[in-house]
Design a protein around this ligand. Structure first.
Ligand code: COA
Length: 273
């Protein structure tokens, strides 16, 4: 089957890595309602696409994403409550619900400007690699609005409290290097190495048993909102579920390879079939 094509995003393949590229470079990849609908469709398709084992989200041209499209998303829908609600639901659906629960690992590759609402999909991705010179900004205050949707919630969770407060209230921009220091991205690299470093991370992820990876990322996300007692119980049941889902893990093949066959040392390499 040939891949789907969209007006506002591009799908690109590199083996088992699939790229989604927000593709409105002339508008710095600001998110219009039509882009939200494209993303909803693409993410529901790729979630079960057998070829996709790692998903990378990035933007065409100079921007990762300049936030919501102030014209197409806000102004043009001011007096259109039905369309506004539909776009709002789609916007939240793909950027938070679909991405943060995506069944394969997701990487945000921040190639340039990342403003306002763009933080939601950045934080929803499991990993983020940024160009050192990418420019980030919680610019909402400059428009007389607060970092709404789930931007403030995400920033408050991901950054240390002083940094979240500072950047949200001042609207001051910061670069990729600073984003790495404050925990918003995993690494920042020179622009010319961005693609290579992102693919290197993808290659590491491809090396790991995909069931283990999925259950681990789901567990890491889930336990942050639990008490320690709840987490202990949840993790025990999650491990049981993983052992049921993957026969090799259920049969403790890894243990046998380490203790009996001496053919593998998990501390020095990922568990993979
Ligand atoms: N919504 C709608 N249009 C946007 C946009 C947004 N969030 N961000 C950029 N654009 C449009 C501009 O209006 C311009 O359109 P035009 O060519 O029809 O005039 C085009 O994208 C290019 O923008 P420009 O400002 O000329 O590009 P730049 O490279 O000099 O600056 C930014 C890029 C991202 C720094 C700048 O466009 C900007 O500040 N955008 C707003 C970001 C923001 O605050 N987003 C959060 C909204 S809550």
């Amino acid at each position: 089957m040939t891949d789907k094509t969209y007006e506002n995003i591009k799908i690109e393949r590199e083996g088992e890595v699939t790229w989604i590229v927000l593709n409105r470079p002339e508008k710095r990849n600001a998110m219009s309602p039509a882009l939200h609908y494209d993303m909803e469709d693409a993410l529901s398709w790729l979630a079960t696409d057998a070829q996709t084992r790692v998903l990378i989200l990035t933007g065409a041209g100079q921007a990762f994403c300049a936030g919501q499209d102030l014209k197409a998303y806000f102004r043009e829908n001011e007096n259109a409550p039905i369309e506004r609600r539909r776009a709002g639901l789609a916007s939240h659906h793909w950027r938070w619900e679909m991405l943060s629960t995506f069944p394969k690992p997701t990487i945000a590759m921040v190639n340039g400007y990342c403003f306002g609402g763009g933080f939601t999909q950045l934080c929803a991705c499991d990993f983020a690699v940024a160009s050192e010179d990418a420019i980030f900004g919680l610019s909402e205050v400059n428009w007389g609005i607060i970092p709404g949707g789930v931007v403030a919630w995400n920033v408050a969770k991901m950054l240390m409290p002083r940094h979240a407060m500072y950047y949200a209230t001042t609207g001051k921009t910061f670069n990729g290097r600073r984003a790495e220091q404050i925990g918003l991205v995993n690494i920042a690299v020179p622009q010319e190495l961005l693609r290579q470093e992102t693919l290197a991370l993808a290659a590491d992820l491809l090396n790991i048993n995909s069931g283990v990876l999925r259950y681990t990322k789901e567990a890491i996300r889930a336990v942050t909102d639990m008490t320690v007692e709840q987490a202990r119980d949840y993790l025990a049941v999650k491990q049981e579920a993983l052992a049921k889902a993957d026969k090799e893990i259920g049969d403790k093949v890894g243990l046998k390879k380490f203790l009996d066959d001496k053919s593998y040392r998990p501390g020095l390499g990922p568990y993979s079939k």
